[in-house]
Write a protein that binds this ligand. Structure first.
Ligand code: DX5
Ligand code: ZN
Length: 226
């Protein structure tokens, strides 16, 4: 399965499960599925590439079956120093794609080939300090299915959106032909501008899960960019 078939109506809002209430994770996933959500963003941090250790395969396994049963997918953002080391376990735990950071490898083609060897779609991510040009070169080498532009420094949910990210998306859109994903501080105040700049996958953590009704927040955000 390649990325374009995951994007319905030109854009897709992806709840970032890192911001979920983990006491009620299954319930919140079910509510989002019932609201029509089919693409879920799953953030793994290793405590090395980014300061925090976040969530990993054990949590992925607990939700993958229910998501796949209705045709949903798990899009895994690996904020880790050695992404290829984790691919086999992510694939076995229900991941559909893995996105690794440009800053974590000097051989994106090799890392992408390893991911595809496990049946995973491939994303390439750039942090705010990396130029769109450098990311585009890596994405081309990897034949990436998506490029993830970070609009915060990776590591934590709930940070403020960096406004210069809109211009960075515009520049990236001139350089790559695969879908562009934006992650970090995305919400009602910037989602349309990001879509208009060329992003088609909009990751939202706190904009969805800090709402008392995450499914309602998902629906409103998805309607805003439809
Ligand atoms: C942070 C993660 C994001 C995060 C987004 O490094 O990559 O996916 O959960 O959360 P918000 O939307 O709250 O910035
Ligand atoms: Zn993320």
């Amino acid at each position: 399965m390649g990325w374009p078939v995951w994007i319905r109506d030109g854009s897709e809002v992806e709840p970032s499960l890192y911001a979920a209430d983990f006491r009620r994770l299954g319930e919140q996933v079910d509510e989002l599925l019932a609201a029509g959500c089919r693409v879920f963003h799953f953030d793994t941090g290793d405590g090395h590439f980014v300061p925090p250790v976040t969530i990993g395969p054990v949590v992925l396994r607990s939700i993958a079956e229910g998501i796949h049963a209705v045709g949903g997918v798990l899009d895994c953002h690996l904020m880790v120093t050695d992404p290829a080391h984790h691919f086999e376990e992510f694939a076995a735990s229900g991941a559909d794609s893995v996105t690794f950071h440009v800053e974590a490898t000097d051989d994106p083609a090799r890392v992408a080939a390893e991911a595809r060897g496990h049946g995973l779609a491939v994303g390439v991510s750039l942090s705010p300090g990396t130029s769109p040009e450098e990311a585009a070169t890596a994405a081309e080498a990897a034949a990436a299915d998506l490029v993830l532009l970070m609009s915060i420094w990776p590591g934590y949910s709930g940070q403020s959106f960096m406004p210069e990210s809109v211009g960075r998306v515009e520049r990236l859109a001139e350089l790559v032909s695969c879908p562009i994903q934006v992650d970090g501080g995305v919400g009602p105040s910037n989602a349309r501008a990001l879509r208009d700049a060329g992003a088609s996958l909009l990751v939202a953590g706190s904009a969805i899960f800090s709402d008392p009704e995450p499914a309602g927040a998902y629906r409103r955000l998805a309607a805003l960019v439809a």
